[in-house]
Design a protein around this ligand. Structure first.
Ligand code: SAM
Length: 457
């Protein structure tokens, strides 16, 4: 109800010249100061909440006799209060509670021959307009309690859902709709049974707010009648649209704060995982022949940061460390759709040993392809349709030349090429020949301990 305060609830309380009111369901007590500021120093505010999320004694000290807190269920309190001018009803959102809150407020007024309080109800639209919620199901007599479960809700879905629903930890009625189910149904039933004419307004934003006022009161309080007329006018509806939009933006900002906080946390965890994996691979996989993992790691980071589309090709695999790094990177940063192609003759390297190593670090699956044989032919595999990172591990100059040539036509724009042991004269010659043949002018820079790297334009 809180977001309706300034534009809707406060003007109603002012127009109705409210001097005594009750707030049912206070949660964090955010409304208290606003209510007291609105109704003025002579007014009396009763707040009812069995489990407030604030210290009511602090409010009692601050606001003196103006403020009376009742730590109880509304239905245990309302019948014993004096006649109220207004009631803000936002406690337990179920038919039994709301209907009986209305009944008690009406009985107290009728006994004193007074007007019914102005009643403002929150949560009269989805999800609790036509579906009960129970803060504590045991508080509701069994015959008035719907079957319920702690499962979520979706709009226009009558039954509760197992996934992605709203409020999955609350005690929600199993089904939406039908008799004696939901806050709006309680309001409808009360209005239908009330002996005097009532005016009912429903504002269908932010879970719905209903305002119920006796016509007799409106006849006596024309300012209140005009404010309700204004709420129903085009200007009033425009105000509601603006209010709904500002609430939507606030909700989005809140969501973004959480999302980006989580993103930062995920990023930290991903980096930690990659660093730990690299340390494990360096410690466990045998020199010589282990490729430089730092150069590859930088290339993978570039691929991710610049959203370069395509797969990763690693060649000269030794124990499979480069393949493991690439595959792990996909998981760490949720890079769906990328695959690792491992091109090697597997003549000096045992393919089963590579599989064991990949399994050991938990990354051998359908997104890792071991292409055994001459890279010139295995890399012609049509699955290797677009390459974002090519990492050539320690190899002979001849093999370096073959791999660069085989992948060249499928290197994506912005892709990164890393060649290890570039100081080796045969490797250097192969790189220079390839770059000259294909007019690669992108400048080279050092990669890892002894490699070179460049990016395609
Ligand atoms: C939706 S929150 C109230 C939000 C508050 N009115 C606002 O606008 O910020 C519902 C509150 O109702 C309280 N509540 C639950 N059952 C109640 C009952 N039977 N009587 C009074 N309050 C109840 C809960 O403890 C909770 O603090």
């Amino acid at each position: 109800m809180f977001p309706f305060w300034e534009k809707v609830v406060a003007p109603i309380l002012e127009a109705a010249e409210v001097k005594r009111l009750v707030e049912i369901g206070a949660l964090r007590g955010e409304n208290t100061r606003q209510i007291l500021d609105t109704v003025g120093p002579e007014a009396e505010l009763h707040v009812i909440d069995p489990v407030p999320d604030f210290d009511p004694d602090e409010h009692a000290r601050e606001f003196g006799g103006q403020y009376i807190f009742h730590r109880d269920l509304s239905l245990n309190v309302l019948g014993n209060l004096e006649v109220m001018d207004a009631a803000l009803i936002d406690g337990d959102h179920n038919w039994y509670t709301v209907f009986n809150e209305c009944r008690l407020l009406a009985e107290v007024s009728a006994a004193a021959d007074a007007l019914l309080p102005v009643m403002v109800f929150h949560d009269v639209a989805w999800p609790y307009g036509r579906r009960d919620l129970y803060y504590n199901p045991d508080d509701i007599p069994e015959e008035f309690r719907q079957p319920w479960a702690k499962r979520g809700m979706l709009p226009e879905v009558v039954d509760l859902v197992d996934e992605h629903g709203l409020n999955p930890t609350m005690c929600n009625a199993l089904r939406e709709g039908g008799p004696r189910n939901g806050v709006m149904t309680a309001v409808d039933d009360f209005v239908a049974g009330h002996p005097k004419a009532l005016r009912v307004l429903v504002l269908p934003i932010y879970f719905g707010l209903a305002i119920v006022v006796e016509e007799d009161r409106l006849a006596r309080q024309p300012k209140l009648a005009s404010f309700l007329d204004w709420l129903e006018s085009v200007e009033g509806k425009t105000m509601l649209l603006e209010l709904a939009e500002s609430m939507r933006i606030q909700a989005m900002l809140f969501q973004h704060r959480i999302y980006f906080q989580n993103e930062g946390e995920l990023e930290r965890l991903a980096r930690r995982y990659m660093d730990a994996l690299k340390r494990e691979l360096v410690a466990e996989l045998p020199e010589p022949g282990r490729p430089s993992l730092n150069g590859l790691h930088d290339a993978l980071e570039t691929m991710r940061a610049d959203h370069i589309r395509g797969h990763v090709v690693v060649s000269g695999v030794a124990g499979g460390a480069a393949a493991a790094m690439a595959r792990a990177h996909f998981d760490a940063y949720k890079e769906h759709g990328r695959h690792v192609f491992v091109a090697d003759r597997f003549s000096t390297v045992d393919i089963e040993g590579v599989k064991r190593n990949l399994t050991h670090v938990g990354v051998l699956d359908g997104r890792v392809h071991l292409l055994a044989g001459d890279p010139a032919s295995t890399l012609a595999d049509p699955q290797v349709d677009r390459v974002a990172v090519l990492h050539v591990g320690p190899r002979t100059g001849e093999d370096v030349a073959a791999v660069l040539e085989a992948v060249h036509s499928r290197l994506a724009p912005g892709s990164v090429v890393v060649v290890d042991r570039a100081a080796d004269s045969a490797v250097r010659a192969a790189i220079d020949a390839y770059r000259a043949t294909h007019s690669v002018t992108a400048s080279e820079s050092a990669a890892g301990e002894a490699g070179t790297t460049w990016r395609n334009p």
